[in-house]
Design a protein around this ligand. Structure first.
Ligand SMILES: [Zn+2]
Length: 337
């Protein structure tokens, strides 16, 4: 699923026709009477249309009044919760509209997988291979050979395939039929089409990974509570999201707030990215699902191959230590009792 998300975001950013903007095309459409009857407004946004609604912090109940950071050129506000620092889009698409966007199966170039073989992928060591291996190395710091791992929103299942090679018993679920069909052909039955809310294999997992997914979800707390349900006592959850505390993300956000940029950069890639987290908000998000955040990792895809001289490595070390790269991974633990 995440590959499709990222591809869609890239496409939306580069396709001149894609983002006409809700402000330009706000109109109630004929033939969608449910929305009209409910008094909601159906809007077109690029290639998609749906119903917008005001949002509040997904973590704090009750949610404190938000602070508006800036409005995009498409009239979407990005607000920061005064309680937990979660940044969220408002208005955003309601849940049925958001699901419809992700059920659109025509926005992903899947030709990469047509002649895919694990052996060639391993030999070529492209970015996806390297990132999958970095993730497996991180997970193996906490888990042991033979432990069961579930990849939630695992797309085609590349992480799962690498984890299996590293002696973890990994399986992957994703809501996309198209991606999981490809995954089963490439990697076998360990890739399944399922929503985490409906998933119950009859056993629990020592680890759950959820890479680059939480920022897309209508209700991340609900999904994390289901992850909690599927974890063994003492099990670990690994979640990677864009880092609102990252150095360049902060600069870009400042440029948007100061009116120096009216561009929506990737991590505010509405309608796909509706949340933006940092260490503090991730800690609160995990606590809302009874998970305790115990460690954070921050890495950059630019450092993916660990190459570079002593100066580069020292710079990377400072950035990692202070969680300043543009992605952050939280490791959270379910209590033992
Ligand atoms: Zn909050």
């Amino acid at each position: 699923m995440k590959q499709a998300f990222e591809a869609a975001v890239e496409g939306a950013e580069t396709d001149g026709n894609a983002l006409k903007g809700v402000a330009l095309v706000r109109e109630a459409r004929d033939g969608i009477s449910d929305h009209v009857r409910s008094g909601k407004e159906v809007v077109a946004f690029g290639n998609f249309e749906g119903t917008l609604e005001e949002a509040s912090c997904p973590v704090c109940r009750p949610a404190p009044p938000p602070r508006l950071l800036f409005r995009t050129k498409h009239d979407i506000g990005f607000c920061q919760c005064a309680g937990c620092e979660t940044i969220y889009a408002s208005p955003r698409f309601d849940e049925p509209s958001l699901l419809e966007i992700y059920e659109n199966e025509n926005f992903k170039d899947l030709s990469f997988y047509e002649n895919f073989s694990f052996e060639n992928w391993e030999r070529d060591r492209d970015r996806t291979w390297i990132v999958s291996n970095l993730k497996v190395q991180l997970v193996k710091k906490y888990l042991h050979d033979g432990d069961r791992v579930l990849d939630v929103g695992g797309g085609v299942g590349e992480f799962c395939a690498v984890a299996a090679k590293s002696d973890l018993r990994c399986e992957s679920i994703d809501a996309s039929k198209q991606l999981t069909d490809i995954g089963r052909r490439l990697f076998g039955a360990r890739v399944q089409q399922a929503e985490v809310e409906d998933f119950d294999p009859g056993y629990k997992f020592k680890g759950i990974v959820i890479w680059d997914v939480l920022e897309h979800l209508y209700d991340p707390v609900r999904v994390l509570r289901n992850c909690y349900r599927l974890l063994e006592p003492g099990g670990y959850l690994f979640a990677q999201v864009p880092n609102s505390g990252g150095f360049t993300n902060k600069l870009k956000a400042f440029a948007c707030r100061a009116g120096l940029s009216n561009n929506e950069f990737k991590h505010f890639g509405f309608p796909y990215h509706v949340y933006f987290f940092n260490r503090r908000s991730l800690t609160r998000l995990m606590a809302a699902a009874d998970l305790e955040a115990i460690h954070f990792e921050s890495w950059s895809r630019f450092m993916k191959d660990n190459k570079g001289g002593a100066l580069t490595r020292a710079f990377d070390s400072v950035m990692r230590k202070n969680c300043l790269w543009d992605y952050v991974t939280v490791i959270a633990r379910k209590g033992s009792s």
